[in-house]
Design a protein around this ligand. Structure first.
Ligand SMILES: [Zn+2]
Length: 147
């Protein structure tokens, strides 16, 4: 019987193709897109040449399409509404945390001292509540002072 695996994305059982014994995602387009996205994120984190190429390509693309996001928002009012709604929800949660109305999840002492772990992070520009996906940067966060 052919080997069966569970797809990492949709969790459906599939048979890996013989020419690809390491296959972890089924052949559904959504799962293949997920695989590619994750591969790209990994690549961005581990390959500085790839990272440089990607940012250069994005800068170039943005120079050619300076109005893209503005136009995109105009053409997709639903997207704008959805984002505004999400932002409102985030703001509400933040307010609740700031005012202590909702208890913040308990942290152990080591987490409290260092609320962010050093490492590389993907940073997205937030422009009037809209996260512009093309603007993703990689930033490295290091702890300068141990408190
Ligand atoms: Zn799948």
């Amino acid at each position: 019987m052919a080997e069966r695996r569970t797809c990492k994305h949709c969790k459906q059982v599939f048979c890996p193709r013989p020419q690809n014994p390491d296959q972890r995602y089924c052949s559904e387009p959504a799962c293949q897109r997920a695989r590619k996205r994750i591969w790209q994120q990994q690549k961005l984190l581990t390959d500085s040449d790839y990272q440089a190429n990607q940012s250069a390509a994005q800068r170039c693309w943005q120079e050619k399409n300076p109005d893209y996001w503005q136009e995109y928002r105009k053409r997709n009012p639903d997207y704008v509404d959805r984002n505004r709604e999400r932002q409102r929800e985030r703001n509400r949660r933040r307010r609740e945390q700031d005012t202590g109305l909702v208890p913040i999840a308990k942290m152990d002492a080591s987490m409290a001292e260092r609320s962010i772990n050093p490492g590389r992070y993907l940073l997205s520009r937030v422009d009037s509540g809209l996260i512009a996906k093309m603007d993703t940067l990689i930033v490295e966060i290091n702890v300068v002072s141990g408190g």
